[in-house]
Design a protein around this ligand. Sequence first.
Ligand SMILES: Cc1cc2nc3c(=O)[nH]c(=O)nc-3n(C[C@H](O)[C@H](O)[C@H](O)COP(=O)(O)O)c2cc1C
Length: 346
Amino acid sequence: MFKTRITELFNIEYPIVSAGMGGVALAELAGAVSEAGGLGTIALAGLHPEAIQAEIAAARRITKKPLAVNLLVPFLRPGIVETLLNEPIQAITFFWGDPAEHIPPVKKAGMKVIWQCGSVAEAVTAKDAGADVIMVQGVEAGGHVRGTTTTLALVPAARDALGPNVPLLSSGGFADGRGLAAALALGADGAVFGTRFLASRESAAHAIYKQRVIDAEAEETIHTELFDIGWPHAPHRVIRTKLVEEWERAGRPQSGQRPGEGEAIGSYKGTGPEVPLVKYSVMTPTDYIEGDVEQLPFYAGMSVNLVNDVMPAAGIVQQIAREAREVISARLASIINNTEHGPQSE
Ligand SMILES: Cc1cc2nc3c(=O)[nH]c(=O)nc-3n(C[C@H](O)[C@H](O)[C@H](O)COP(=O)(O)O)c2cc1C
């Protein structure tokens, strides 16, 4: 039904990729997306090696189809990539920094390297370093945002710079089949969906956070460096919560001088040791948090406008695929058919 460089490279049905989302996109979500014909990604941020292996094994109980995992370069501990080389996964997505040293061993192990980039320059660096797939992220994206350019401007420019044959994924701002069709029109071979899958049944996002994603409008998201405890100087897009408003009312003071700075708000009780959390922590509000989740970053992209319900991940994949097919084969095709009989052909 869909044939792009991405569907061919991974031998999957749809050019639909679920984003690596720290704490949120775990085995259940990634497994469901892959099983439904997309490429599911397990986010490994913050997981120790045993938890990584357990998460991949759990996803493998859900699906035998291709799976990706996601690593944040600044938090990459020695031995993690080596651990992954023996795991039953097909790709590793790297974000936020230069993973070039890991590319040869990952490729040698028969896996694909996906490098999420924030600019055309970074995309070219990734291609030159040998990445198999370049993923470009627009500034409308949710979570940590690497670049400053909109997806609309970035994707075609990246395609021009990379040449016609490099597998290219586009992330940031996509939530439905119209978005997938647009990504393909811009020159990408598939689209990455983060915020849309955040509000899926299988995502580990806390229920209060999911509800806020459903209720929020794009205008309520803010691009900021506010949630910097644990990851300073890294811009991100979040929904404007009470904490954000409190900081804005205080005149947007700098880190170290913000209202309630250092106040304890709860703890993370996932795998491994319990981690105490303070205000302005980088930690995503998930099912594994105990405490006041509304003090944590509600990461979400501008596509919150288009996310109005919590759906099973497989339903999201099918709906996006169906809509994209309708847009391409009916609506867009009919525009061309009409004009062929119009003034241009006379
Ligand atoms: C809650 C959340 C957590 C994220 N965590 C990560 C992460 O751990 N690693 C990563 O590469 N990208 C992360 N991202 C960014 C996504 O990879 C992707 O660029 C983004 O979700 C695309 O934009 P969209 O949300 O508009 O779909 C995160 C995004 C969200 C919404």
